[in-house]
Structure formats: structure tokens, C-alpha cells
Design a protein around this ligand. Structure first.
Ligand code: AMP
Ligand code: ZN
Length: 481
């Protein structure tokens, strides 16, 4: 991003060339930035006064509302309060779109009213609401309320892309970590320990109940999907497998993680030959497919249960806890192994095709965000770290002829110069902020508003389908003057 400060004698106008939008934007005089402020302030602290943001997220079955205090002069934003009411889908066994829409229509308006009243806020200065993608009835409930409030209060509305919210969340938390020492302690303490904000270009693995994709982000609005699921989302598949293994609750994959961790694990409780596939691997005529596929895992689980435990019906509650726990561990591992190995392949392909212009190494690390509900799983985090870090960390394989001689050198390489350095710098939102929430929508809205000068026309419709590659292509964006 390039800033050009064009100061004339009477009005100090700031022109900004935003490489996201490649448009020259004229900003209001009061949005000038101070040269002495930190790098963070240059990118984000474009305002002199603080402003209050109301954020609403309702793309699926969680009604969530947040109030954010956007501080001036490079101070990171402060979450005033977040509230969430989730629809209980346990009895229905899945999300019924009409129930979800009614849930939002019942709860979101009172949630907004309560939050404003509690914090004695008459009206916010900016409203950010999820515009898409998601279930249209759910989106409409939150987004249309946001539109109505924007009209009533005469404040701008930013219609936010849901996935953008997920992938920008670590930038919010890292800014807390870096800049807000002593404040927002509850949030700060949950953030991972990296001291940097993910820098463009960075890669995100978005793993949720509705999506599985690897995205390369070059700026707030410029994104490329490096790999996507060919069928269903990872969270959906984990939930299905958990249900078949007799696990109950409203977030089944989360319950399955807890069930596995309750232990004790007994790997020999299930025959060693019972295995699950890793789909889309290389074979003749098909190499390095940059995609994920999860649909086969449930079939494989059922076939295996039928083969190794004949007569057991789904859900497999007749099996002992020990056996179910081992099956849960193996299927969860197989699904995560698939996502990690395919992510690595997709990264390699992106490097070969020069989408990413360098090979990540301890000398030049790549920022890697993992977000979405499934990103709260600690086994996935560990596998990602172990496998990706190792792949890019290790020196390139040597030729056969000098392999033996170089083993010592390889160890030396690892223990000396590169020790404590990372080829991939991982960023995860704190677990409770991995699932859908309004904070991520508010933060993404702030980034769009401040970095790109974008807000949304009040005639713009919510949209069920909206690719992250087309953030700016969706009609309805306005540039503030
Ligand atoms: P989202 O769509 O981002 O709200 O995420 C919801 C999905 O994440 C559901 O499929 C959940 O079962 C899944 N999920 C939530 N927590 C975990 C966890 N700890 N491990 C695996 N999956 C999880
Ligand atoms: Zn989501």
C-alpha cells in the first residue's frame, strides 16, 4: 500500500493508492495519519477519533452480535462485548434452513438492543454485517436488520464476506498482542505467542462446517483459492463420522475431539489392518491434484465397521467405549492427514506456478493462517505444524549418491543455524473465535473501511454464493469520498 500525502495550504487531503483496489482514493481530511505512528497505525489507524462498530453475523445457525471500539492513532481495536445464541440442532440432527432463519429473526434484534443498552451506546458509527456466502434466509435476517439500522441511524454499512472474516481474524488478535499491552487481557492471553501480524501475501487454511479451502491472500480484497473441496466440507464430514460413532451434542466434531482426549487410548482395541483412505493421491494420469475430498470417509467408516464388527448398526453405540474411541482417533487422524497432505501439495504447486514467489524457508518464512471451526482442534494444529514445518524446514533431499555423506551435515544444519527458526509461521485464532462470530465480521469490515475505503450500497442484496476470489466483483460496493 502506498500513501501519498498531498497537503495543500487550506485542506489537507490524503490520497491513498490501495493495492487491493488499485484505485486512487480521496479520504476525508480527518482520516489523515501521523507519520510518527507505528506501521500498524499506517495501515489501520487512519482515523483521528475513535469510533464504535456494531457487527452482526448470521450466515448459518449462530446469531452473533459484537460491539467494537475502534481506537485512534494506531491503538488496536477493543472488543466491548460479543454475544452469541446458537440454534440447538441436536434433535433435528442437522441444520434446517427455516429454523435457522426463524432463530435469527427471533434473537438478533433483541441482542443488538440489549448490547447497546448495556453499554449505554445510542448509536454506532459503522455497521458491519455478513452479506454472504451462507444460507440466504439466515443471511437476510441479520443483513436486512443491519440495513434498517443503517437507514435509521444514518451510518455507513459494510457488507462483509464471511470467509474474509475468518481469514483476517488472526490479524485482530495479533494486533492485541502487539499493541494493547495491559488492555483486553482476556483476549490477549488467548492469542498465540507470535509477535507479528500475518503479512500479505499469506496463506489461509479455512476449515469449517461449510468450507474447506486453501487461500492465498495478496491484500484485503485480492485472494486466490489454491485448493478447494470437491464435495463436502471437512467439518460436515467430521460431524457425520462422530454421529455414526454414537457421539452426541451440538458440535459433534468438537465432542469427538473431547471424547478422544478423555482417553485412555488403546490402539490395539481395533485391528491394525483397519485403515482409512487418503483420497486424491497421485496415480497414473493424475498427479498433485490441488483439491480435497471428504465424501468417501463416511462410506469407508461404515464399510470398516461392517467388516470388522459384523452386525453392528449405526450409530455404533453397541461397541465398547474403548473401540469407539480408537475408531474416532483413526478417522479423525485420516481426515486431518488428508487435509494436511493436500495442503502441502497445493502449496508446492502454487510455488511451482509462481503464485507464491518463493519457497518458504527459515530464512524467508511464510505466514500461514488456519481458521474456521475445525481450526480449534489441537490434533489438526499439531499435524499441520509437524508436517508442513518439517517439509519446508528440512534441507532439500540430496541425491542418492551423496545421501550417506550428508546425513551429518543435515543434522548440523538443523541444530545450528536454523534452530528456533520457522519456515512457516502459523497463526490460529483462539479456539472460541475459530467458529462463526461477529467479532471477525466487525474486524473484516474495519479493514475494508479503513484500508480500502469501502462500504456497501443500501440496495445491495445478501448473497448465498460469493467466491472469496470475487470480493470486489460483487455489485454494491461504494468508495467513500
Ligand atoms: P464453523 O462452520 O466455522 O462455525 O465451524 C463449525 C464446524 O467446526 C462444525 O463442523 C464443528 O463440529 C467443527 N468444530 C468445532 N470445534 C471443533 C473441534 N475442536 N475439532 C474439530 N471440529 C470442530
Ligand atoms: Zn464460518
Amino acid at each position: 500500500m502506498v500513501f501519498i500525502s498531498n497537503v495543500s495550504n487550506t485542506s489537507s487531503l490524503v490520497f491513498r493508492l490501495c493495492n487491493s483496489c488499485t484505485k486512487k482514493l480521496r479520504l476525508r481530511p480527518h482520516l489523515n495519519f501521523s507519520k510518527s505512528s507505528s506501521v500498524f497505525a499506517k495501515c489501520y489507524g487512519l482515523q483521528r477519533r475513535s469510533y464504535i462498530v456494531l457487527a452482526i453475523e448470521s450466515s448459518c445457525d449462530d446469531s452473533t452480535v459484537a460491539l467494537i471500539d475502534r481506537q485512534p492513532g494506531g491503538i488496536p481495536p477493543r472488543l466491548i462485548e460479543h454475544s452469541k445464541k446458537s440454534l440447538d440442532n441436536t434433535a433435528a440432527g442437522g441444520i434446517i434452513p427455516l429454523d435457522a432463519r426463524n432463530h435469527h429473526q427471533t434473537y438478533i434484534a433483541p441482542m443488538v438492543k440489549d448490547l447497546l443498552k448495556k453499554h449505554n451506546i445510542k448509536k454506532p458509527d459503522l455497521i458491519c454485517a455478513t452479506r454472504g456466502p451462507g444460507m440466504i434466509g439466515s443471511l437476510s435476517a441479520g443483513y436486512n436488520l443491519a440495513k434498517g439500522l443503517a437507514v435509521a441511524w444514518d451510518v455507513p454499512l459494510v457488507g462483509v464476506h464471511h470467509m474474509l472474516g475468518h481469514l483476517l481474524t488472526p490479524r485482530f488478535f495479533q494486533s492485541q498482542e502487539n499493541n494493547n499491552k495491559g488492555e483486553n487481557d482476556d483476549l490477549k492471553n488467548q492469542a498465540d505467542s507470535h509477535s507479528n501480524i500475518p503479512q500479505y501475501p499469506f496463506v489461509s487454511l479455512l476449515v469449517s462446517g461449510g468450507h474447506t479451502m486453501l487461500v492465498l491472500s495478496e491484500s484485503t480484497t485480492k485472494h486466490k483459492i489454491l485448493a478447494n473441496t470437491m464435495d463436502i466440507a471437512i467439518g460436515d464430514m467430521l460431524d457425520k463420522c462422530a454421529r455414526d460413532l454414537g457421539i452426541t451434542g451440538s458440535m459433534l466434531a468438537k465432542e469427538m475431539e473431547a471424547f478422544i482426549n478423555e482417553g485412555p487410548l488403546n490402539k490395539s482395541a481395533v485391528d491394525i489392518s483397519l485403515q482409512f483412505p487418503n483420497p486424491l493421491q497421485n496415480k497414473q494420469g493424475r498427479i498433485n491434484v490441488s483439491a480435497y475430498s471428504f465424501a468417501g470417509f463416511i462410506t469407508s467408516l461404515r464399510i470398516n465397521i461392517e467388516k470388522y464388527f459384523p452386525g453392528v448398526k449405526s450409530p455404533a453405540t453397541e461397541l465398547s467405549v474403548e473401540v469407539r474411541r480408537e475408531l474416532a482417533r483413526r478417522i479423525q487422524h485420516a481426515i486431518f492427514n488428508h487435509v494436511v497432505t493436500k495442503s502441502y501439495k497445493a502449496l508446492e504447486t502454487a510455488i511451482d506456478l509462481k503464485y507464491i514467489s518463493y519457497r518458504p524457508s527459515p530464512e524467508r518464512p511464510l505466514d500461514f493462517v488456519c481458521a474456521g471451526g475445525v481450526a480449534s482442534n489441537m490434533t489438526l494444529r499439531r499435524l499441520l505444524h509437524e508436517k508442513l514445518q518439517k517439509k519446508f524446514y528440512l534441507p532439500q533431499p540430496k541425491t542418492d549418491s551423496n545421501n550417506n555423506n550428508n546425513d551429518k551435515d543435515k543434522d548440523k544444519d538443523l541444530t545450528e543455524s536454523k534452530v528456533n527458526k520457522e519456515a512457516i509461521r502459523f497463526y490460529y485464532p483462539p479456539p472460541m473465535w475459530c467458529t462463526d462470530n461477529a467479532l471477525m465480521v466487525g474486524w473484516a469490515g474495519i479493514e475494508l473501511w479503513e484500508s480500502c475505503g469501502l462500504y456497501t450500497d443500501l440496495s445491495a442484496l445478501p448473497t448465498a454464493k460469493w467466491s472469496i476470489e470475487d470480493v470486489l466483483e460483487m455489485p454494491g460496493w461504494l468508495y467513500r469520498d
